[in-house]
Design a protein around this ligand. Structure first.
Ligand SMILES: *[C@@H]1O[C@H](CO)[C@@H](O)[C@H](O)[C@H]1NC(C)=O
Length: 295
């Protein structure tokens, strides 16, 4: 018994390393929260233990000299200041190690950047009102978000490279982007060429030419290859609909995702995990619960 004790530290190390290997074998899940008042609170989403990243969706109006507008559907009313109540939820998420970002853009916003100066102004606004700066009327209150997610979908790509560079220049700001799967992305192409993005969650839905379709992942794997070999980014995420209702096309059932699609891409490029659109559909379809641990 006594003779074995000298090996105790070695054994302990082996156990710790084995545990680390076990926990790092699965990728992360990122989710969008904010566009459906019936999806539960931000704190509920984080307390589910499913996600490593939550993108608060969306800042729907910015740039071109416009007064920025936050839209969180039925969750709160930014105009009356009631969204400042989200601060405690954001801090709950962060205390769990979850990164919380503000997603700018979306499918139906009014946004665009008219010049480098305009991009710099938007960067200043985001820094002062959502990040480490000190603005007078922070829409989400005092909580300091971890970063900014670019979900630019209107086909106007000008000056988002300037915005990315300006935000990174401010210090510790996580930058992520959600391009569509056709490469290069019509809106985010030049921005992604900066190489400034930590995570890129590619939307593999509503795009039959590169998404999963008719039981076939050939186009998806080809697009994944193109993306991960063409862009410099920290890691790449497979963006999927959380339910058949979450997107017009591209839904991959949980068994196919973990059994076929993830095994086909996880070894290619800097695979980070999956992104799901969105929290509402994830709750309805129990999607992330079924795939977590195998993505
Ligand atoms: C959701 O999925 C998990 C994992 O498969 C399962 O344990 C749980 O019972 C499911 N919940 C619902 C409500 O279906």
């Amino acid at each position: 018994m006594a003779a074995n004790l000298k090996w105790a530290p070695v054994l302990a190390l082996v156990v710790v390393v084995a545990a680390m290997v076990g926990t790092t074998s699965a990728g992360n899940i990122a989710v969008y929260w904010g566009q459906n008042g019936n999806e539960g609170s931000l704190a509920d989403a984080c307390n589910s233990g499913l996600y490593a990243y939550v993108n608060i969706a969306f800042l729907t109006t910015f740039g071109n000299g416009q007064t920025p507008v936050l839209n969180l559907a039925g969750h709160c009313d930014p105009g009356s200041g009631s969204c400042t109540g989200q601060s405690s939820d954001i801090q709950t998420c962060q205390s769990l190690g979850i990164k919380v970002l503000l997603s700018i853009g979306g499918a139906s916003g009014s946004y665009g950047l008219s010049s480098t100066d305009d991009a710099n102004s938007v960067a200043d606004y985001l820094w002062d009102n959502f990040l480490g700066g000190s603005g007078s009327s922070r829409p989400l209150g005092a909580a300091v978000l971890d970063g900014i997610d670019f979900d630019i979908e209107n086909g106007q790509s000008a000056h988002y490279d300037d915005l990315a560079n300006a935000l990174k220049g401010k210090g510790s700001v996580l930058l992520t982007a959600a391009p569509q799967c056709p490469y290069p992305d019509a809106s985010l192409g030049p921005a992604l060429q900066t190489g400034q993005f930590d995570n890129v969650w590619i939307q593999f839905y509503n795009n039959p030419g590169c998404a999963y379709a008719n039981g076939d992942d050939t186009n998806l794997v080809n697009a994944w290859n193109t993306w991960t070999s063409s862009i410099t980014a920290g890691s790449f995420y497979l963006g999927v609909p959380a339910s058949p209702q979450a997107a017009g096309s591209g839904y991959i059932d949980p068994g196919t995702l973990t059994g076929t699609v993830i095994p086909a891409i996880r070894g290619i490029g800097n695979y980070g995990g999956i992104m799901v659109w969105d929290r509402f559909n994830d709750v309805q379809n129990n999607y992330s619960s079924q795939v977590k641990g195998s993505v």
